[in-house]
Write a protein that binds this ligand. Structure first.
Ligand code: ZN
Length: 172
């Protein structure tokens, strides 16, 4: 089921997501719905708070759903290492019509559980590392615009306020 995307200004996006202690049917369904929603919106990552669930779950798929079986389901992801730095333009399904260059580590090591509860430690770099870091940020209530230099944030402020007021709809 495709779920509604919560937009900038929604309090759920600012909460710290709760760790998952039991991978219940509800969690499995949430992961499926999030994957479906991400594909429908042509996103490459989605975190549970973006669909209104303050729970530590994110999905990532750089193939946009074009390649089967590529979706990474991250339960309770934790960054355990990072290296380097690079700048790249980011956007977010929760912040329509806003894109900006964000500095992030080039490589990342992340620990997480998969949907079957198996623990993994994954090393990723470039775009995959970036998307994972963007989603882990969501689970801490952090949005990519928080990582911009103050001046850039100030320039975006009117647009962000418009989104918060519901004057800019979700991108289709
Ligand atoms: Zn996002």
């Amino acid at each position: 089921m495709i779920r509604e995307i919560r937009l900038y200004g929604d309090a759920v996006l600012r909460r710290t997501a709760k760790p998952i202690s039991d991978i219940s049917e509800e969690v499995v369904r949430l992961a499926e719905d999030m994957t479906e929603t991400m594909f429908a919106r042509r996103g490459i990552g989605l975190a549970a708070p973006q669909v209104g669930e303050s729970t530590s779950l994110a999905v990532v798929d750089l193939s946009l759903g074009d390649e089967k079986g590529r979706t990474l389901v991250l339960i309770n992801p934790e960054v355990v290492g990072q290296e380097g730095e690079w700048t790249y333009e980011e956007g977010c399904l929760s912040i329509p019509e806003v894109r900006a260059d964000v500095v992030r580590p080039k490589k990342v090591a992340v620990r997480f559980l998969d949907i079957d509860g198996n623990p993994h430690e994954l090393e990723a770099e470039d775009l995959l590392a970036r998307v994972i870091l963007h989603e882990v940020d969501h689970l801490k209530g952090v949005l990519f615009v928080d990582r911009l230099p103050p001046l850039k944030r100030q320039i975006l402020r009117p647009k962000l306020l418009k989104i918060a007021k519901g004057e800019i709809p979700s991108e289709r």
